[in-house]
Design a binder for this molecule. Structure first.
Ligand SMILES: [Zn+2]
Length: 109
């Protein structure tokens, strides 16, 4: 049986300028990170979004003390951005369809 080499994996690529997908012209997204914290954010990254949520306490086997009081604690989900990094999920392309369309066009000519 013929052994073929594994196709290379195309991962995400980051840019410091907001470049567009060359096929559909969708601009690259901001490369954000998500952190969970008990406090409002006060760091030096840009805060894109902050979602306030109530979570159950994972340290307890069940979430009940005294059988009927659920133990919840407040936490925040912070979406942070460094202010300069953008990302395209598939190399220079926003999506697999765009990359495949481009590749097929290149092969044809
Ligand atoms: Zn695209």
């Amino acid at each position: 049986m013929t052994k073929y080499p594994k196709p290379p994996r195309v991962g995400e690529q980051t840019f410091t300028e907001r470049q567009e997908c060359p096929v559909c012209f969708r601009p690259a997204k901001k490369k954000t990170t998500q952190i969970f914290s008990n406090d409002p954010y006060d760091g030096n990254m840009l805060l894109i979004r902050s979602v306030d949520q109530w979570a159950s306490n994972p340290g307890l086997k069940n979430n009940y003390l005294n059988n009927d009081d659920p133990v919840y604690w407040r936490r925040y989900e912070h979406i942070l951005w460094d202010g300069e990094t953008y990302v395209q999920k598939y190399g220079h392309f926003c999506s697999q369809p765009c990359a495949v369309w481009y590749a097929n066009t290149v092969v044809k000519y």
